[in-house]
Design a protein around this ligand. Sequence first.
Ligand code: NAD
Length: 543
Amino acid sequence: MLVGRGLTCSRRAMARSCAGLAASKEAMDKAEEMIARTSSLFIDNKYVEAEGGHRLPVLSPADGKPFASVAHASAQDVDRAVRSSRRCFDSDGWPQLDPEARATILKRVAASLRTAEVCDALCVIESRDCGKPFAESQGDMGVCADTFDYYAEVTPHEMKAKAIALRDGDAADFAARTEIEPLGVVGCITPWNFPLMQAVLKVAPALAAGCAVILKPSPLASLTCCALGELVAAAGAPPGALNVITGGPPEALEGGGSTGQYLIDHASLDKVSFTGSGMAGQKMLEASASKLRPTCLELGGKSAFVIFEDAGEYLDAVVDWVLVGIFQCTGQVCSATSRVLIHESLESKLVERLVDAIRKIKVGHPLAQDTLMGPLVSEGQKQKVVNMIEQAEAGGGKRHSVSLELSSDLQQGYYVPPTILSSLPEGSSAWKQEIFGPVLAIRSFRTEEEAVQLANDTPYGLANAVYSVDPARRARVVSRLKSGIVWENCSQVLFPSTPFGGRQGKASGFGFEQGLAGLKEFVCEKTVVGTSRPSFSWEVYKG
Ligand code: NAD
């Protein structure tokens, strides 16, 4: 099962596609129907309007026009969702259900995500909502289905009690085991770049473990998450197992507040699992501090792709991996290998090949079949990226990009061309800061030592990649790179079983998604020590 925020699988799907509209008319119609029916809060397995009927407009990144709206949940709505999940967890038997029964529900969700009708409609919605090409949305849906299946397969075994070996003097009189229990009611807050997938990476393991979840997606792209609650309920999950609340930041609605802040301020959550920016991550910790509440943070990155001189022989493959590492999802990928470190002997050749390659990247409407790169998610994100490119150029960096040829109906969309920045001076913010757009920064190095030092010279610690045909050199470099994941001779490749998370002590967060480590985020371990002989005692206080 090949998955990943890298979505290599969707790239292959794109390569197979031909000109025209990516989605069928049936999928477009079904998507319209789904948006109209599902874009409300989902609480207790029912769609409900937000208190006061408040809604936020949803703008299309493709053309800047509103095409839908979502409910804006108030503090009372959030409280209602949390109370529903508490009921589900505390008194309705969800955590006590046989893990195999929960796994059956997850498998049904995976199966429904794989039906052409549901999958294609969700892909249309995802592409319209966050702007990614249809084929990338198809890749995301595959990851979502695989993730539900993966946790359905592994969780029942992982939830079994495990015997603890006792070795000390009195060991023969006692037995000990670790019981694995669902953690509780979890608030999951997610970003807009992989809207459904980021949610599923939390929701699937949490539900598999027996937790009850309140999901709060990003107001910039929440439509597919609105439909997820219904899919999980239809698969047999009880009311409150998954509640979905939508809403915006304080400025979203005059007099309104931040739905996400209401959620993290709620006293009845047992854990918060967050994916997003470092700034919001700090708010998560602040809100959790007074409650001594565990908090998992999946934050940003500025990952390096270190390419050694022996890569010259395989430059076609190298160029492809570098492009995969930065331009999917229009560069809005936390683990994007957005800094290329190339050996000085190959620099000019690689830059030339990359500049040639970006000319061939078709930028356009996310639902057009020949589109390889869509718009950014919002006007704000576009401005941020454009400013970073302009600053880099003003600071002495060399900019390589193409001029966009957009049809008149896309002129108000949030498009930025694929861009390469070379000759960046040391300390340039385009080299140091996460841009979260289709911008690749390149610098050269002379020695292995210098390459490792430059790669690690960042506050972030999410991912890195190394390309070399020499296994010994790869092993040396991998062992010295300070990040949660390192790719060898590739970029962005992930599987449901491969844990993903920032390196502790750096600014990309802590905790894991995917793999068994991702499941452990949603369980508690309980140590049980005892003797099975009721007459036995140590006789310490006897007469
Ligand atoms: P963001 O931090 O602005 O928002 C993320 C989520 O948090 C949204 O749902 C938002 O509404 C909510 N939020 C923001 N402020 C909040 C507050 N004070 N209280 C409660 N909720 C709040 O991030 P974004 O712009 O949506 O996403 C981009 C960032 O996410 C980038 O930095 C990217 O690297 C990171 N990201 C990380 C991963 C990962 O797995 N490490 C994956 C995807 C994205």
